[in-house]
Design a protein around this ligand. Structure first.
Ligand code: PTJ
Length: 245
């Protein structure tokens, strides 16, 4: 990372690619994570590589949901762990959420490597290794969750999530917050709060909103949640990608 000059016009994109490559080398990120990153990077280019106003609104609504939750859980996969490990730990601490490793391509080695990586970045407890509950209507491997984690959660943050799982989680009556750069992807389309932004910008911004709102009363938080318009968030992102404004 030290080799990438910060004034390079595509600094953030190069940094992201580098982190994913390192993640693959360390056994954290799946090879498919590189393809996912490539797709995300193309959408980000079209968005102007910035947090658009509708994404900032979504990030504020996400912070309000997480603060209102009884049992919020942040889901971590191989791309999330490579890109924003410390930032996810910070967010978990700020909103008092659990961190749970939940993989599309689940292997015991990657589960362990990611849990260790999160602990290296300051996480105290990491869920996902028990896998003593299942998300209904999903195949055995992908449905594995912790009974006292995602299974019991009322609000879940699932960044870069696969469409089937996003749908199955939504059917479990959870409030789902999805971060995905593709506004046409099924995951943001089934989410109560779709955040169309790069996870690298989105997570620190959710944390900043949460810090700002941490002493707010329930009425204020509920108003932010009610006023958020998910359809508008999806349309505004698509409009920006298609026409550049
Ligand atoms: O670590 P695992 O085994 O759980 O696998 C994780 C990946 C991401 C490989 C797996 O879930 C997968 O294949 O996902 P998809 O179907 O490729 O979807 C990834 C979505 O994330 C795509 O819509 C991308 O546009 C989007 N995306 C990629 N990078 C970013 C992103 N969204 C936000 N920020 C990014 N940096």
């Amino acid at each position: 990372e030290d080799e990438i000059p910060e004034d390079h016009p595509r600094y953030q994109d190069l940094l992201t690619r580098h982190r994913i490559e390192k993640g693959v080398e360390k056994g954290i990120t799946h090879l498919q994570g590189m393809h996912a990153e490539g797709r995300g990077s193309a959408f980000d280019y079209l968005l102007g590589e910035e947090t658009i106003p509708s994404a900032d609104d979504a990030e504020r609504a996400a912070a309000a949901h997480l603060l209102l939750a009884d049992h919020p859980v942040l889901s971590i996969n191989g791309n999330v762990a490579a890109l924003v490990p410390g930032e996810m730990v910070d967010l978990a601490e700020t909103v008092d959420a659990d961190l749970e490793v939940n993989l599309f391509n689940r292997t015991p080695e990657r589960m362990q490597a990611i849990a260790d990586h999160l602990r290296d970045h300051g996480a105290e407890a990491v869920k996902g290794l028990e896998a003593d509950a299942r998300i209904p209507n999903l195949d055995h491997q992908r449905g594995k969750v912790d009974e006292d984690g995602i299974y019991a959660a009322d609000v879940v943050l699932v960044p870069l999530e696969d469409g089937d799982r996003a749908e199955a989680l939504g059917e479990m009556d959870k409030t789902e917050i999805v971060i995905d750069l593709n506004p046409l992807s099924r995951s943001p389309r089934v989410a109560e709060v779709p955040i169309v932004d790069n996870i690298i910008r989105a997570v620190p911004n959710i944390t900043a909103h949460a810090r700002d709102l941490v002493d707010a009363d329930r009425d204020t938080l509920e108003k932010i949640v009610e006023e958020f318009d998910r359809e508008h968030a999806l349309e505004a992102a698509e409009e920006r990608i298609r026409s550049g404004f």
